[in-house]
Design a binder for this molecule. Structure first.
Ligand SMILES: Nc1ncnc2c1ncn2[C@@H]1O[C@H](COP(=O)(O)OP(=O)(O)OP(=O)(O)O)[C@@H](O)[C@H]1O
Ligand SMILES: [Mg+2]
Length: 251
C-alpha cells in the first residue's frame, strides 16, 4: 500500500539551531505511527511539518520534501485546505472559552455547516469518538474549561475530529492527564485508526509499545531508525542506541 505521508531528506533549522537533520521516512495509512526519542530530539518539530504549523516559528527554515499523498506540503497552494486534512492535539488541552458543544461545533460552523440537526449529530459523533459523550451529554451548554483536565483533553480530541481529518497528530497527549484517562484515550486511538492515520509523539516508550504499529526513534535531531514496533522493542533493533533507549538506559 502507498504510504500516506512521506518525509524525504527533511532538515529543519531554527535560526542556527538544527532541529531535524536529513530525515527520510514513510508513514503508512490507517496505522498508528509512534515517534519516540529524548527531549529536544526533534519529535514536535517533525509533527509540526505535517500541517505546516512550523511556519509560525520565526526564523525557521525547512529543506527537503514532505508529501501527503500527492500534495507537496511546503509547496501547496492552499495551506488552509491542507490543515483541514489534519487534526492536531497538543500536550495541554487548549479549550476555547466556549461551551462543550460549541468547542466541537466551531470548526464545522466556520466551514459553513449550519443545519442544527447535522451539527448535533456531528458533535455527538465526535464526542463519542473521543470517549467523552457519556460524561458530558447532560451538560453540553456548560463551559468546556469547567471540565476536568482529562475531560478537556478528550474535548480537544473531539474538536480535532470535528473537521473530519484524514490524519490525527498527537503530541504527548497524556502528559497532563490521569492514568485512567490515558487508557481511555489509547483505546480511542486504537479504534480511530480504522478511519484515519494517527501520528503519536510520546516520551513514554511503553505507550508507544502499546499503541504503535510502526515507530520512528529520533535522537539528537536525527532519525536513528524506523520500523515495526516489535522490531524496535526486540532484542535486535537495527541500532544499539535504540536498544539502550527503549530499555531506559538514557533519555
Ligand atoms: N521555536 C524554536 N526556536 C528555536 N529553537 C527551537 C524552537 N523549538 C524547538 N527548538 C529547538 O529544536 C530542537 C528540537 O525541538 P523539539 O521541540 O522538536 O524537540 P522534542 O523532541 O519535541 O522535545 P520534547 O520531548 O522536550 O518536547 C531543540 O533543541 C529545541 O530547543
Ligand atoms: Mg516536543
Amino acid at each position: 500500500m502507498e504510504p500516506h505521508i512521506v518525509f524525504r531528506d527533511v532538515t529543519v533549522t531554527y535560526g542556527t539551531k538544527m532541529a531535524l537533520q536529513n530525515v527520510t521516512l514513510e508513514i503508512p495509512r490507517n496505522r498508528i505511527f509512534g515517534i519516540i526519542g529524548p527531549s529536544n530530539s526533534g519529535k514536535t518539530t517533525l509533527l509540526k511539518c505535517i500541517n505546516r504549523m512550523i511556519d509560525f516559528v520565526p526564523g525557521v527554515r525547512v529543506q527537503g520534501q514532505v508529501r501527503i499523498e500527492n500534495e507537496d506540503v511546503f509547496r501547496t497552494r492552499n495551506v488552509f485546505a491542507l490543515r483541514r486534512r489534519i487534526g492536531m492535539v497538543f500536550p495541554l488541552p487548549v479549550g476555547l472559552p466556549l461551551s462543550v458543544y460549541d468547542n466541537v461545533a466551531y470548526a464545522p460552523r466556520m466551514a459553513g455547516l449550519t443545519d442544527p440537526g447535522e451539527l448535533d449529530g456531528l458533535v455527538e459523533t465526535c464526542l463519542r469518538h473521543a470517549a467523552l459523550w457519556d460524561e458530558v451529554k447532560d451538560r453540553l451548554r456548560q463551559l468546556g474549561t469547567k471540565l476536568s483536565g482529562g475531560q478537556q483533553q478528550r474535548l480537544t480530541i473531539a474538536r480535532a475530529l470535528s473537521h473530519r481529518p484524514e490524519i490525527l497528530c498527537l503530541d504527548e497527549f497524556s502528559i497532563a492527564v490521569d492514568p485512567v484517562t490515558t487508557m481511555k484515550i489509547e483505546d480511542v486511538l486504537l479504534d480511530l485508526k480504522q478511519k484515519m492515520t494517527i501520528v503519536v509523539v510520546t516520551n513514554l516508550v511503553q505507550q508507544a509499545r502499546r499503541l504503535a504499529d510502526q515507530i520512528a526513534f529520533l535522537n539528537s535531531s536525527r532519525l536513528v531508525e524506523v520500523g515495526p514496533s516489535d522490531v524496535i522493542f526486540s532484542e535486535h533493533p537495527a541500532s544499539q542506541v535504540t536498544f539502550d533507549y527503549v530499555r531506559g538506559h538514557f533519555g
